[in-house]
Design a protein around this ligand. Structure first.
Ligand SMILES: Nc1nc2c(c(=O)[nH]1)N[C@H]1C(S)=C(S)[C@@H](COP(=O)(O)O)O[C@H]1N2
Ligand SMILES: [Mo]
Length: 362
């Protein structure tokens, strides 16, 4: 299980827990990412769950508690399929780490983003069956994988507001790209929360709890929060900082690769852009000279607000060192910020500054 079925050109940030992302070019080929190149982000050892013995408990502020087998989930609720992009809050952290060191966190490139076709049931249908009480403002997810990176060590968890949980795109998924959900991606069942940071798409889901307050998991109260630049993350009190949820507009360049050597002349530049929670990407601009001149890229149509859009353009690159730069605008007019400097935060989340690759043309 050394690479968990991933292609052997994955960039492995950590073996235990397993953390790996594909090289840029591997994400460029398809709009739907094959499982073999889909990034893997784990905070603890990957559990081995017997799907026959597995049960999903639904409890907390509900009219009646549920305990469901996989078969009951399939039989009692409508099966739905949705294409959705997952993006880790640590995606593109390397750009922040270049500004100032981020100890203890992996330097993810742009590959902690990928798109799959998920099948399962709507979370809202299961919540309706349990009957949410009126004070149920948050839906918490629990999993059995114990993270020793949490303080104190504890199982993974997190929550989303009930308003998002009731939105039809949020799934409890047992299949990915038409295959049973692979163990490394949360089999037998995971949450899929499109448009929100990947951390809320809890894998190996065993319990859903309706609460009046957000989850008390370390991964909700302490991790996945934007702290002020001067804060010491080891001393930050739980509940301080900005809790991350909806993703901001973001993009990156997939080809050419950073550091590529190319002949001068017309060069195809392509990449992905994702607008985040319910929005679509409205425009992508690409610059051959770090933002001096801009040209609008050709953008894939937005089939759904939950899926990334690929874009491409051809730039005429003269001989020499070039900083090819890209930036995306979303359908509300929000634009990616220019510099990672203004975004730097102690745990290195949410880098949506302009994408840049350095290439040499000769
Ligand atoms: N149980 C559990 N769920 C989890 C995690 C985890 O470590 N344990 N990692 C989260 C994070 S931070 C991300 S970005 C996504 C990654 O999903 P993937 O590994 O299927 O790509 O899973 C989320 N769900
Ligand atoms: Mo993540």
């Amino acid at each position: 299980m050394e690479l968990w079925g991933k292609r052997d050109d994955m960039v492995v940030h950590e073996r235990e827990p397993f953390n790996a992302e594909p090289p840029r070019v591997a994400l460029a080929r398809e709009r739907q990412t094959p499982v073999g190149v889909f990034y893997s982000r784990n905070h603890g050892p990957i559990p081995d769950i017997d799907p026959r013995a597995w049960r999903l408990r639904v409890d907390g502020l509900v009219g009646h508690r549920l305990e469901l087998s996989l078969r009951e989930l399939r039989e009692r609720f409508e099966e739905v399929e949705i294409k959705a992009t997952l993006q880790c809050a640590g995606n593109r952290r390397a750009g922040l780490a270049a500004v100032r060191d981020i100890p203890g966190e992996a330097s993810w490139g742009p590959g902690a983003t990928a798109t799959a076709r998920w099948s399962g049931v709507r979370l809202r249908d299961v919540l309706a069956e349990a009957g949410l009480e009126s004070q149920a403002a948050h839906i918490a997810f629990s999993a059995p994988d114990v993270s020793r990176k949490a303080d104190p060590p504890q199982p993974y968890g997190g929550s989303i507001p009930a308003t998002k949980a009731r939105s039809p795109e949020v799934l409890l998924a047992w299949a990915m790209n038409g295959e049973p959900l692979p163990r490394v991606h949360g089999g037998p069942l995971r949450a899929v929360v499109p448009g929100w940071i990947g951390a809320r798409s809890v894998k190996w889901l065993t319990r859903i709890t309706a609460r009046s307050q957000p989850s008390t998991s370390y991964f909700q109260t302490t991790a996945y929060r934007i702290l002020p630049a001067g804060a010491d993350p080891a001393r930050a009190e739980p509940g301080t900082g900005i809790s991350l949820g909806p993703l901001p507009v973001n993009c990156d360049i997939l080809t050419p690769d950073n550091g590529a050597q190319l002949p001068p002349g017309p060069t195809e530049i392509m990449g992905y852009a994702l607008a985040g929670d319910g929005r679509i990407v409205a425009r992508v601009d690409v610059s051959p000279d770090a933002g001096g001149d801009w040209r609008q890229a050709e953008l894939d149509p937005a089939d759904s607000p939950w899926v990334w859009q690929h874009w491409r353009t051809t730039l005429d690159l003269p001989a020499g060192e070039r900083h090819v730069t890209a930036r995306a605008w979303d359908s509300t007019g929000a634009l990616m910020p220019e510099s990672p400097r203004s975004l730097w935060n102690p745990r290195g989340y949410g880098n949506n500054s302009w994408a840049r690759v350095h290439v040499t043309c000769r």
